[in-house]
Design a protein around this ligand. Structure first.
Ligand code: NAD
Length: 350
């Protein structure tokens, strides 16, 4: 298969972790007989420096021409006080909008080797393997009207039927290839938007009789994620609830450097580790590349349907964790490995 992929290293450790992920991608292509058509583009602070804008037209054109985009991270401390349109993060929101990626997938799984670094007790997190599907382009963060007026501030939570339907289809299709359970999160005891959300989800679910649907209120969902995370398979939720719940998911896995993410639209996919540009360790070859490598595995699975290849990468990540050749954030017993060394170890384990 020919894999047409845009690489956007971005800022800080973004460049280091994407470079490691691309090395592993090359190893996958070699092992499984695929060809790679890679291009590279600018985004974030580095793009502002070179072109004056966080998301140059050239990057957008390349992203629209590629099947999938692998991104590192954006953000540089020098732009912390810049106006919103001149901030690196604007590039991230811009590319998500341009690619129309409406479903954000956050796999949350615990590796036996990392279980001690989870803040929860081992027996609670052991065996956790869930995906949070968060609606990404509607709801409270986008709803109009919004604003601050004298002594009042307001936002609008709004969802159309079409916006709920498409993300629900994403969740059910995923569940079909997993343990066939979708848990839809809402606040239908209080919010009309949630009542409508629940109604539409039930209607879509009728098209997937092989997948079980459950509903849970968001406050209970937060509690259950730390009480018994193993009960969940695919968790489907709207934008704001998903933003919060996916950070709870983040701590289950141990280190932020481990967490992959995928954002899917009807046609395109955007893949990026959950972490930011980590200015405190940037340029030191210390960053954990496993979140970026896991994001690349997610790309193989969701954009290219290469499930065997994705499983092989995830198994290789498991082997590297078991070997103890890991970066400092995972607190290895001996000398921590560098970003490059971990990348090479994953390729070798493949
Ligand atoms: P961060 O994720 O960059 O870093 C938080 C902490 O986690 C730091 O101590 C960092 O060293 C550590 N860390 C993060 N990734 C790691 C990795 N792969 N290996 C080892 N340690 C890792 O979050 P922050 O410090 O809040 O933000 C820094 C910059 O990144 C800001 O400009 C922010 O806006 C941006 N940011 C970007 C994204 C994105 O591109 N998606 C996400 C979050 C933050």
């Amino acid at each position: 298969m020919n894999l047409k992929i845009l690489i956007l290293p971005g800022d800080g450790i973004g460049a280091e972790v994407t470079s490691a992920a691309v090395d592993v991608l090359r190893a996958v292509a070699k092992k499984f007989g695929h060809t790679l058509e890679l291009s590279e583009g600018l985004i974030g602070g580095v793009a502002i420096h070179k072109t004056g804008t966080p998301l140059p037209q050239d990057t957008l054109d390349k992203a629209l021409a590629a099947d999938a985009t692998l991104m590192g991270a954006v953000g540089l401390p020098e732009f912390d006080n810049a106006p919103p349109g001149k901030r690196p993060e604007k590039g991230l929101l811009g590319i998500r909008a341009a690619l129309d990626v409406f479903a954000n997938l956050r796999p949350v799984r615990t590796y036996p080797e990392l279980i001690d670094s989870s803040p929860l007790k081992n027996h609670i997190v052991d065996g956790t393997d869930m995906i949070i599907v968060r609606e990404l382009t509607a709801g409270l963060y986008y709803g109009q009207p919004r604003g601050i007026e004298n002594d009042r501030a307001f936002n609008t939570m709004s969802y159309t039927r079409a916006e709920i339907e498409r993300v629900t289809h994403t969740a059910f299709k995923l569940a079909r290839n997993r343990r066939k359970l979708v848990t839809s999160v809402d606040k239908s005891n209080v919010l009309e938007v949630s009542q409508f959300w629940r109604k539409v989800v039930i209607e879509v679910a009728a098209q997937y009789p092989d997948v079980k649907l459950e509903h849970i209120l968001v406050d209970n969902a937060a509690m259950q994620m730390v009480l018994r995370p193993t009960q969940f398979d695919v968790m489907l939720t709207e934008n704001t609830f998903g933003d919060i719940l996916s950070d709870i998911g983040g701590i289950l896995a141990g280190s932020i450097g481990m967490l992959p993410s995928a954002s899917l639209g009807e046609k395109k996919g955007l893949y990026e580790p959950v972490h930011g540009s980590a200015p405190d360790i940037a340029g030191q070859n210390k960053a954990n590349p496993l979140g970026a490598i896991g994001s690349m595995a997610a790309m193989l699975e969701y954009t290219f349907d290469l499930v065997n290849e994705a499983n092989a990468v995830n198994a290789a990540i498991g082997k590297v964790l078991a070997s103890g050749r890991v970066t400092a954030d995972l607190k290895p017993k001996g000398t921590p490995a560098t970003t490059d060394q971990v990348g090479r170890a994953v390729s070798e384990a493949l």
